[in-house]
Write a protein that binds this ligand. Structure first.
Ligand SMILES: Cc1ncc(COP(=O)(O)O)c(C=O)c1O
Length: 395
C-alpha cells in the first residue's frame, strides 16, 4: 500500500546519529568490529544511588500517572537546582517535567510559533532545531558558527538577523556538535538584541554540567531576560540517564501552563519513578558528575592530540560537551561520503558535519563518550584510512 502522508511530514528531518548507530550495530551483528564514536550519550552507568531511588519509588507505588507538568516534589527539586546553578529565582510553577528535553523544544515551537515566524538557530547545530522549525512552518534563519570565531555567534550577523518577525532564538551552550561555549559578553549582547522584540530565547543547556573551564552562564540570568527565556535541560547527559527519558523546561508561568496542556494532549505525564530518580540525582551527592567530567577532560585531550597528529586534519580544543568537530576540509569531497566509508571500510562510526547543517561541510563529528582504549583504536583506524586511500580517493 502506498500511504499518502500528511504534507507536514515532508518537512520533518531527523537526527542521523540514531541512523548511523543502527547501521553500525547492524554491521556489528554481522561480526564486524566497530568503534562507536557516533552517539552522544555518556558510556557510564547511571550512578547506583539514582537507580536505587527509582527502585524504591517503584516499590512505594510511583507506578501511576502524575500531574501533567510533573510531581510537585520533582518540580520543587528542579526549581531549587536551577535557582542555584543559574543564580535566578525559580518557583515550581515555572517548571515542566517532560520525557526528554527535546519535548520542551517541540512544545515551545507549538506554543509560540506561527507559520512564517522567524527562528534563529545555530548552523552547525543540533539537527532537531531545524527539523522541528520546518515542521511548524517557521522561516529558517540559521546563523553560521565559524571555526575562526571559535564556533560562537558572529554578533554583527546576529544583530542583522533579529527583526520584528523573529519569534524564537535558539542558543546551545555548551554546543553540540562543536563543543563551543558562548562567552558571557556574547550572551549579554544576544540578550540586548532581543530584549525589545517579541522574541523568546530557547536556551538549550543540556550540556551545562559538561564544561571544562569556567562556570556556566545562562541568558536567563541577564536582568530582564528570565521571563522571555525557556531553559531546556534534563537528566540525560549530566547523570548518564539518556534511557530514563526525563527532561525539564523552566519558563514563564503562562507558557508553562500551555506546555502542561500539550503534555496532557501527548504524553499525559513523565514516568513517575523517573521523576523520583531525578529528585535523587539533583539533590544527592554530585561527585559522580565531577568524576565523569574529569574522565571526559582526559579523553578530550587524548582525542584532540591524536586528531592533530593525523595529516590533513586539524581540531580545536572544545570547551564543553563531549564532542570534537575536526576540520577535514583538506580532503576534497563530501564529508557524508567520507563518514560512510569510515564506517563501512574501517569500522569507525562517526557523523559528517553536514548532519548538523550546511555549515558542517568540511568537518566530522566524533563523540568521545567512549573509553580511552576505544578512542585510541578509533583514531588508529582514522589514521590508516587517511593514509591508505581516503585522501587520494576523495581528491
Ligand atoms: C543539544 C542537544 N539538545 C537536546 C538533546 C536531547 O536530550 P534528551 O535526552 O533530554 O531528549 C540532545 C541529545 O543529544 C542534544 O545534543
Amino acid at each position: 500500500m502506498n500511504i499518502e502522508f500528511a504534507e507536514r511530514m515532508s518537512a520533518l528531518g531527523t537526527e542521523s546519529a540514531f541512523e548511523v548507530m543502527a547501521r553500525a550495530k547492524g554491521l556489528e551483528a554481522q561480526g564486524r568490529s566497530i568503534i562507536h564514536l557516533e552517539i552522544g550519550e555518556p558510556d557510564f552507568p547511571t550512578p547506583p544511588f539514582i537507580t536505587q531511588a527509582a527502585v524504591r519509588a517503584l516499590h512505594e507505588g510511583y507506578t501511576h500517572y502524575t500531574p501533567a507538568a510533573g510531581l510537585m516534589v520533582a518540580r520543587e527539586a528542579v526549581a531549587n537546582y536551577v535557582s542555584q546553578t543559574r543564580g535566578i529565582k525559580v518557583q515550581p510553577e515555572h517548571v515542566v517535567m517532560v520525557p526528554g528535553s527535546k519535548n520542551i523544544l517541540l512544545f515551545a515551537l507549538l506554543s509560540l510559533v506561527n507559520p512564517g515566524d522567524e527562528i534563529i538557530y545555530p548552523d552547525p547545530g543540533y539537527p532537531i532545531y531545524e527539523s522541528l522549525a520546518r515542521f511548524v512552518g517557521a522561516k529558517l534563519r540559521p546563523i553560521r558558527l565559524r571555526e575562526e570565531n571559535d564556533f560562537r555567534f558572529d554578533l554583527d550577523e546576529f544583530w542583522s538577523l533579529v527583526n520584528s518577525r523573529t519569534r524564537l532564538v535558539i542558543l546551545n551552550s555548551p554546543h553540540n556538535p562543536c563543543g563551543s561555549v558562548l562567552e558571557r559578553s556574547d550572551i549579554q549582547a544576544i540578550a540586548e538584541a532581543v530584549m525589545d522584540t517579541k522574541a523568546f530565547v530557547l536556551s538549550d543547556e543540556i550540556y551545562s554540567r559538561l564544561l571544562y573551564d569556567g562556570a556556566h552562564y545562562s541568558i536567563a540570568a541577564v536582568p530582564g531576560m528570565q521571563e522571555r527565556t525557556i531553559i531546556m535541560d534534563g537528566l540525560s547527559k549530566a547523570y548518564a540517564m539518556t534511557g530514563w527519558r526525563l527532561g525539564f523546561g523552566v519558563m514563564n508561568t503562562q507558557l508553562a501552563a500551555r506546555m502542561a496542556q500539550l503534555m496532557v494532549n501527548s504524553n499525559s505525564c513523565s514516568a513517575a519513578f523517573s521523576q523520583m530518580a531525578a529528585i535523587a540525582a539533583l539533590t544527592g551527592p554530585q561527585d559522580s558528575v565531577t568524576k565523569m567530567v574529569s574522565e571526559f577532560r582526559t579523553r578530550r585531550q587524548l582525542i584532540v592530540d591524536k586528531l592533530n597528529k593525523i595529516k590533513g586534519i586539524s581540531c580545536r580544543m572544545p570547551k564543553g560537551a563531549f564532542y570534537v568537530f575536526p576540520n577535514v576540509s583538506a580532503i576534497n569531497g563530501d564529508v557524508k561520503c567520507m563518514a560512510n566509508r569510515l564506517l563501512e571500510e574501517y569500522g569507525l562510526a562517526c557523523l559528517p558535519g553536514t548532519a548538523f547543517g550546511e555549515g558542517g561541510q568540511g568537518y566530522l563529528r566524533f563523540s568521545y563518550a567512549n573509553s580511552q582504549e576505544n578512542i585510541l583504536e578509533g583514531m588508529n583506524r582514522l589514521r590508516h584510512a587517511m593514509a591508505e586511500h581516503l585522501s587520494s580517493a576523495m581528491a
